[in-house]
Design a protein around this ligand. Structure first.
Ligand code: PFF
Length: 445
């Protein structure tokens, strides 16, 4: 074992960092509009069920692989399963680059929008005007690229500080700040006249909108939101010491992630409904509909910048973690220094983010398989690579590692019933269900 491997300063530090990874643009930007497009409360229920069965099992599986092997995704799977399985780890490392290529673009927008909101540039209540402004901004050449660069520099600086002194320390400050901001926004949203309709939309199930696609949307959202299927949680788990207990830690991470998604919905939907806007506005909900509602709202001039600050903080703690599998792979297996690795990986991510950003309107024809480059990266990572990574991880832990995984989880104590239930899910429930939903979301079925 590599004895000089870095570790978290404390188990709480790990929980904060892993929750920081999980809670991100996925919860605050994507969850509310995905719920909006898929039937509100009905989507929420399906989402919760998927998180409870697949989310919990896979999170535990990933963290356990990391904790037991004390290695990066590639080295960990090579050690437990041999050469072929290590390719699953490599798939995860590559997925990280694909995710970051569009993630930093959106994160750059959130940074820009703090300034726009604070300067009063968003003070129109007309979604059409704000839509045009959004299009003009994201469709311009340099500006979004410079914001993405700025954001990437923040990420690189944090990650190069190391596990305990960089990642853990940043999360210990930023995560409490994030929840405070979120709670303040929810409290404000719930005092608005007419906010009840927004709450009802989010919490009251309308099953008439449920189709097969609802399930695949919920599954993709769950994995994206919990940072699963790409070795990120595995890598964070590898910075635990070999006998740290996992039960409470993993349940806390899941609970914080679900809580953040629901709170984000409660901060956004009441505002959208109170001012008569459309909750199904899709990806523009955060950048177009919500600013219009802020402009119509007393105190909106303060709430707007705070909201975009919240998004930036959430994006930062997640982006840090998306980079980490690649960093730990190159430092573990190739012996690179952390600084050099961070520099190279950040540069590669930035290069990949250029076509993503430019495909939002600045340059015509930046398309892949019929989608804009940005959408193609998002689809490839969220609907193909992460579910596939999760499926292969479940098969690996269930069937290849099997009894070894149970022993590792029990850590010398008698094997508990819930540990057996966990292995049963990974063996018999997760693979067919994930395969089915994967085929559906990639359009094969
Ligand atoms: N979970 C993050 C979010 O919801 O925004 C995104 C993410 C982070 C995906 C880390 C994957 C990952 F490894």
């Amino acid at each position: 074992m590599n004895t000089s491997r870095e570790h978290w300063g404390s188990r709480l530090g790990f929980v904060m960092a892993a929750a920081g990874s999980a809670v991100g643009l996925g919860n605050i930007w994507r969850f509310p509009y995905t719920a909006g497009e898929n039937g509100g409360g009905a989507f929420l229920l399906i989402y919760l069920a998927i998180v409870a069965v697949f989310g919990v099992s896979l999170l535990l599986a990933e963290v356990l692989i990391g904790r037991s092997t004390q290695r990066n995704p590639v080295g960990a799977l090579a050690r437990l399963g041999g050469r072929w399985w290590s390719l699953v780890g490599l798939l995860g490392v590559l997925t990280g680059f694909v995710i970051l290529s569009f993630y930093v673009v959106v994160a750059g927008w959130t940074v820009a929008y703090i300034g726009f909101a604070a300067s009063g540039a968003l003070s129109s209540t007309d979604p059409a005007t704000l839509g045009a402004l959004f299009q003009a901004f994201v469709g311009s050449f340099w500006s979004p690229l410079l914001y993405a660069l700025f954001f990437m520099v923040l990420v690189a600086l944090t990650v190069s500080g190391g596990v305990a002194r960089g990642i853990e320390r940043a999360n210990k400050v930023l995560m409490p700040l994030l929840f405070l901001l979120l709670l303040a926004l929810v409290a404000h949203a719930l005092t608005l006249d007419g906010s009840g309709a927004g709450v009802a939309f989010l919490l009251q199930p309308d099953f008439s909108k449920v189709t097969g696609a609802t399930f695949s949307a919920a599954l993709a959202q769950a994995f994206f939101s919990l940072s699963l299927g790409m070795g990120c949680m595995l890598t964070y788990g590898s910075y635990l010491s070999a006998h740290d207990r996992l039960g409470v830690a993993t349940t806390s991470i899941i609970s914080l992630d679900v809580l953040a998604a629901i709170l984000a919905g409660l901060a956004i939907m009441p505002v959208v409904f109170a001012f008569g806007f459309n909750p199904e506005a899709g990806a523009g909900l955060t950048f177009i509909t919500l600013p219009a509602a802020f402009a119509a709202m007393p105190g909106g001039a303060y709430i707007g910048p705070l909201f975009f600050l919240l998004l930036t903080v959430a994006a930062l703690t997640s982006a840090i973690s998306i980079l980490e599998p690649a960093i730990s792979f190159l430092t573990d297996e190739r012996g690179w220094t952390r600084r050099r690795t961070v520099f190279v990986c950040a540069a590669v991510c930035l290069l990949l983010s250029v076509p993503s950003s430019l495909s939002m309107g600045a340059v015509d024809g930046l398309t892949l398989v019929g989608r804009s480059f940005f959408d193609a990266m998002d689809f490839a990572a969220t609907n193909v690579m992460m579910p596939l990574g999760a499926l292969l991880t479940a098969v690996f832990v269930g069937w290849v590692w099997g009894a070894g995984a149970l022993n590792a989880l029990s850590d010398g104590r008698p094997i508990a019933w819930w540990a057996r239930a966990w292995l049963f899910v990974l063996r018999f429930v997760a693979p067919p269900a994930l395969l089915l939903i994967f085929l559906q979301s990639t359009g094969v079925l």
